[in-house]
Design a protein around this ligand. Structure first.
Ligand code: AMP
Ligand code: GLY
Length: 421
């Protein structure tokens, strides 16, 4: 079959790499893709938010399976669009109603409350009840967690120690600090614990538990500085044992699927559960309606199943018959980024990738493109380097070593991925 992957980051390169190993795959297309996907698939210069142009491309290239990488098209209703206009296309990614688990923090909190899914206590605030929000902050202890309700490109969560700052930030958010996304704010109880991520592939009824991962979001070593899209990831996560996974299945995954069914929300795609372990118990920090980036760059290299077969199984109601097969080794990915990221950074710098890097590691391109026959930087996150080993530290060290043979002006990466494990 011909497959179209929407997106252009390391996640999408990892999808294309994994799918290219399947005998079920014929031509793989990635829109818009990057310099890495270009060498194993066909890049399509498409605006993925323009659904009718995606439809025209799908028809012109006989695509039968489409995987939606990022959340924005899902929250905007790309699955609804294809369900109406081209129901024969298999789309991996929920419709708008299911994507609201990520698209609205307020929606997800109400949902979790209704279905008894463990999560932090919260208050939903809008301009109309700002006094209630201020009183709530005045009557509670910090740190204060303020979340923009809508999508804010990973920037919509503020964790603030000081009460007065929290109150002024709340006002600014409601005034549109993050545009429409923060016209509603969720004030959450602060949970103190250690985070990890769990991923499922589901047809809304059955699910397959993919390898879990831990990501490193902050730009600076020791988890300091600004939040980024993710600077590295490790899978498996040593403190997530079978007992913890069992709790996650019983208290989080199953009630989430039951909740979707009770609300008549069809869901075909990934659910990414951001979880925090507090005193041995799992709590949901957030839902995402897609895979993580760079988590995909460690999850897929550990998945031994034919990924195209899993995708098709979602539409033939036989997902439950396929056992998940995992590589027992640890996968470690480290993201190289452009100097200045997550603030302002330059693009267009030539990238050199030495043979030593490709011999030991998987090289997943993120913000790269071809320009005049050369690979150049084209984003904040540039290349994710993934390595596997039975020994976690050796997997990390292999990626660190491979990164030494990747060169571009301003290259930065965290040298302490996995430091807390
Ligand atoms: P999110 O965008 O919802 O993943 O939040 C970004 C980050 O903020 C998370 O990865 C956590 O580190 C942190 N965070 C979010 N909610 C809470 C909470 N209730 N308590 C403590 N930390 C939180
Ligand atoms: N790495 C975090 C995310 O994809 O949301």
């Amino acid at each position: 079959m011909n497959i179209l992957i929407l997106g252009g980051g390391g996640r999408e390169h990892a999808f294309a790499w994994k799918l290219s190993q399947s005998p079920l795959s014929n031509q793989i297309h990635v829109a818009p893709g990057n310099a890495g996907t270009r060498s194993i698939a066909r890049n399509a210069d498409l605006d993925i938010m323009n659904f009718s142009s995606v439809e025209a491309y799908v028809k012109a290239h006989d695509v039968t399976l489409m995987i939606v990488g990022p959340e924005a098209p899902l929250v905007a209703g790309i699955s609804d669009y294809f369900s109406e206009n081209m129901p024969s296309l298999m789309v991996i990614g929920p419709k708008k109603a299911g994507a609201m688990l990520e698209g609205s923090k307020a929606f997800s909190k109400v949902f979790m409350k209704e279905f008894d899914i463990p999560t932090a206590g919260y208050l939903e605030v809008r301009s109309e009840n700002i006094e209630k929000g201020i009183a709530h902050i005045n009557n509670s202890k910090g740190p204060y967690v303020l979340k923009a309700d809508g999508l804010a490109a990973g920037k919509g969560v503020l964790i603030i120690e000081d009460r007065q700052t929290a109150i002024s930030e709340l006002k600014e958010m409601l005034d549109g600090k993050f545009g429409e996304a923060s016209r509603t704010v969720v004030i959450e109880e602060f949970l103190d614990g250690i985070e990890f991520s769990v991923f499922i592939l589901t047809d809304g009824q059955y699910y397959m538990l993919l390898p879990e991962a831990k990501d490193y979001k902050r730009i600076g070593e020791g988890d300091t500085g600004l939040n980024t899209g993710g600077m590295g990831a490790i899978s498996p996560v040593p403190f997530v044992d079978d007992e913890m996974l069992q709790k996650v299945r019983e208290r989080i995954i199953l009630p989430t699927l039951k909740g979707l069914q009770e609300r008549n929300i069809e869901y075909v795609g990934f659910i990414f559960f951001g979880i925090i372990k507090v005193k041995g118990e799992p709590y949901v920090i957030e839902y995402n309606c897609r895979m993580g980036d760079p988590e995909t760059e460690v999850v897929l290299p550990r998945l031994k199943n034919d990924f195209a077969e899993l995708c098709v199984a979602l539409f033939e109601q036989d997902l439950y018959e396929i056992p998940v097969e995992k590589d027992a080794r640890t996968a470690a990915t480290i993201m190289t980024v452009s100097g200045g990221y997550p603030g302002a950074y330059e693009k267009g710098h030539h990238i050199e990738i030495g043979e030593a890097a490709t011999a030991e590691s998987h090289i997943f391109h993120a913000g790269t493109k071809m320009e005049n026959g050369k690979v150049v930087t084209n984003g904040g996150r540039v290349i994710a380097v993934t390595s596997l080993d039975h020994d976690r530290q050796k997997a990390i060290d292999k990626s660190m070593l491979s990164i030494e043979s990747i060169d571009f002006k301003g290259k930065y990466y965290r040298q302490d991925i996995g430091f807390d494990l």
